[in-house]
Design a protein around this ligand. Structure first.
Ligand code: NAP
Length: 479
């Protein structure tokens, strides 16, 4: 690794988190001609790529192929990945301040929002985020249990995560086997008794968050037919006004797709996917055995709020759906990081364009930055993180050029290597990850699947041992 201290704009950067936002931030900094950056990227998991590995649906292999871009970034001799090292556990803010000029937090949004309704904590009621992590083989979630022995599952929320979770419940055996879904999830889903899957929006289709390609995909499922109700699909006066004012053709197309689904009749497909709108969850009722049995919902109407946005409010009308499985899919939420100012209301780090702000003084804290979902909240697609990270990188470059950065005691690589070796001897380099990657793909190939993931830390290290993995290779990777 080069260490060009002669360049006054030479900086050592720590990026915490190896999802898309972390990689794009690294890429922007490495490509900058105005600074000379060296990047150390850390992740608490042994595997990189964040939600591309653990969030993107396993049947969306094309989206997952974005990791090739990250592999290319990782090849830069000024970039180094260190996996299985957790901020706040193995490496602390003070350590980072001692070793780096700049620290970028790209930790994403690691938890879910709650509905705050009675019965939310009954067995059978789960955050969709956990279901997603489970079927994607995230080591922290692999041992969760989802009981798919009931006939009806309900997903609250009409964003793309809700669509993903619903689609996974709908896939046929053939469709599932074509994915890299974790083996434990595949086995559970193959024995699923679920036949009716509901997706519930509190507002109308015009206000739904899901995107049209994802909605359209529901009409192409081998084993499930998407259904909707004309009454709920047709926009009311307020929504029509909103559509015409925005001129958003995507909303018009969305309603067209839903009209097609409303015209569908129950077919000979084994499963039915019901898209419902203008309903808010009110209570999950116990089935008498401490488990979710019925979901109570209030019918809603739309109104224009004082800020001009269209909101929902409940009417007196109530409906019930018998449901042994309820997923809340109402958004991801960031978690606070030790020593970093956090906005609890937004679930994000206090920041302005990526510069972390001291809430006491409202001034930027030199050298500390945020990017991705922990900066702006859980919104947008993978590509959104490219522009988001460009904004953060631009702030970093401007500040460095103005002499604003942390003032590390130790600027060489050696000291931080020693520290990591001491705190986490079982760290993982990008070269280790590439070996894990090839092994997973090879295992998948043996059973006709794109990849068979290692889903526990133990499995990962056992596999690595067979490749001559040594823990003392830090720093030897590309120099
Ligand atoms: P999201 O897009 O923010 O959707 C959240 C949904 O939850 C909205 O429909 C929202 O309705 C609803 N909601 C919030 N609070 C609620 C409550 N108390 N009761 C009932 N409904 C409530 O979140 P997401 O689906 O978790 O997705 C996160 C981000 O990841 C999004 O940007 C998404 O596009 C992206 N993503 C993309 C893909 C893909 O590209 N294929 C896949 C997965 C995720 P209101 O609008 O009424 O608040």
């Amino acid at each position: 690794m080069s260490n060009i201290e002669s360049n006054s704009n030479h900086i050592r950067v720590a990026v915490i988190g190896s999802g898309p936002a972390g990689f794009y931030a690294a890429d922007h900094l490495l490509k900058s001609k105005e600074i000379d950056a060296e990047i150390d990227m850390y992740d608490r998991l042994p595997t990189p790529h964040g939600l591309v590995r653990n969030g993107v649906a396993p049947d969306h292999q094309k989206i997952k192929s974005v990791t090739r871009v990250y592999d290319k970034i990782a090849k830069d001799p000024r970039f180094r990945f260190t996996g299985f090292v957790e901020y706040g556990k193995h490496i602390h803010l003070e350590d980072l301040k001692n070793h780096y000029h700049v620290v970028v937090f790209a930790t994403g949004a690691q938890t879910d929002r709650r509905m705050n309704i009675p019965g939310e904590d009954l067995n059978g009621s789960h955050p969709a985020t956990e279901f997603v992590a489970w079927y994607n083989g995230h080591p922290d979630y692999r041992d969760l249990e989802f009981d798919l022995s009931c006939e009806t599952a309900v997903i609250i929320g009409v964003g793309n995560v809700a669509i993903d979770a619903a689609r996974i419940l709908c896939l046929s055996e053939k469709e599932l086997r074509a994915t890299d879904i974790a083996e434990h999830a595949l086995n559970t889903l193959l024995n699923s008794k679920i036949r009716d899957i509901y997706i519930i929006g509190r507002r109308g289709p015009a206000q739904a968050s899901f995107t049209n390609p994802e909605l359209r995909e529901l009409g192409e499922l081998e084993d499930a037919v998407p259904l909707a109700l004309t009454d709920e699909v047709e926009p009311d006066e307020l929504s029509l006004e909103e559509i015409s004012a925005s001129g958003d053709e995507a909303v018009e197309r969305r309603i067209e797709i839903l009209r097609e689904y409303a015209a569908n009749s129950v077919s000979d497909k084994r499963k039915r996917l019901h898209l419902r709108f203008l309903l808010s969850p009110a209570e999950i009722v116990d089935n008498g055995e401490g488990k979710a049995g019925t979901l109570r919902l209030m019918k809603n109407e739309l109104y224009r709020s004082e800020d001009g946005s269209i909101k929902s409010r409940s009417t007196d009308e109530r409906i019930e759906i018998p449901a042994g499985l309820v997923f809340r899919s109402i958004g991801y939420q960031g978690v606070p990081l030790p020593g970093i100012p956090f906005n609890d209301k937004w679930g994000t780090i206090h920041n302005e364009k990526g510069r972390i702000i001291d809430p006491g003084t409202n001034a930027p804290i030199p050298g500390l930055y945020a990017t991705g979902w922990i900066k702006r909240g859980a919104s947008g697609v993978i590509g959104t993180n490219k522009t988001d990270s460009a904004e953060t990188a631009a702030c970093i470059i401007e500040d460095v050029k103005n002499g604003i950065s942390l003032k590390p005691n130790s600027t060489g690589n050696g000291h931080v290597e020693e520290l990591i070796r001491e705190r986490q001897p079982h760290y993982i380099t990008y070269e280790d990850w590439l070996k894990i990657d090839s092994l997973e793909i090879a295992r998948g190939g043996e059973c006709g699947r794109p990849r068979l993931k290692f889903t526990s830390i133990e499995e990962i290290f056992t596999a690595l041992k067979g490749t001559g993995y040594v823990t003392e290779h830090f720093g030897a990777d590309k120099s």
